[in-house]
Design a protein. Structure first.
Length: 238
């Protein structure tokens, strides 16, 4: 069966860097709603950025243990394709969110050892996609975007019957190696394409997308050109 590749650039906060990601061929872009993050965007910023991205890439909104009221305001402003959840949301919470908002979900799973993958099993039946990220350091203020990698070999041969994104410590220099080792068909990057925390670097964005796309082609994964948002319904669930 042919595997479809996904390249996601997360934590975008300006029109020029979003445009760079879109022009480079990113399949998905992420907007962060977490005030402790240097990548946090306001509803007004997000609304404007979503207008640029709509029909050109899928849009994910990243939140951390957000309330229904907060999520409702974000959804009204952005009309995203995915809710990307980076907190302690339980499988039951994900199911409830899908019923309430009718949107597909991406659940982040922190990984530092093979035992951490057990948590993924509980989410595989309810999340539309999983995202494997390095567990944040104990003194970290952020649940993700810390530029920390984990042992990619832990994902080799993983089969959860759910597509997943590999994240954590990726950059233009190591993304090809990460794809080859983990066998991932999707990658997500934030700090690895920045010149400073929260400051995206256009050159690094272009390089990352090019390196990832070449690695996916070498691995036999295909570009999802036949499933672009402009040609299909957004990620809402029936």
């Amino acid at each position: 069966m042919t595997t479809t590749s996904i390249i996601k650039i997360c934590g975008l906060s300006t029109a020029p860097t979003l445009e760079a990601a879109l022009e480079a061929g990113a399949d998905m872009v992420g907007l962060v709603f977490f005030e402790k993050s240097p990548r946090h965007v306001s509803l007004e910023q997000a609304r404007a950025l979503a207008r640029l991205a709509r029909g050109r890439a899928r849009i994910a909104v990243l939140t951390v243990d957000a309330s229904d009221a907060t999520l409702g305001a974000i959804i009204d402003a952005v009309a995203p394709d995915f809710l990307q959840l980076h907190g302690r949301e339980t499988p039951a919470r994900l199911a409830d969110l899908k019923r309430t908002f009718g949107l597909a979900t991406i659940k982040a799973i922190g990984v530092s050892a093979v035992s951490d993958l057990d948590a993924a099993t509980a989410y595989a039946d309810v999340a539309d996609r999983l995202l494997f990220d390095a567990k944040p350091p104990k003194d970290a203020r952020l649940p993700g975007g810390n530029g920390v990698a984990f042992d990619w070999r832990l994902l080799a041969g993983l089969d959860l019957q759910r597509p997943y994104l590999l994240s954590g410590g990726l950059d233009p220099d190591n993304v090809a190696q990460a794809i080859a080792i983990a066998g991932a068909a999707g990658v997500d990057v934030s700090s690895g394409v920045e010149s400073a925390p929260g400051v995206k670097d256009i050159g690094k964005i272009r390089a990352f997308v090019a390196k990832a796309r070449a690695a996916f082609a070498k691995a036999g994964a295909v570009h999802p050109s036949s499933a672009q948002p402009g040609r299909a319904q957004p990620g809402r669930v029936a």
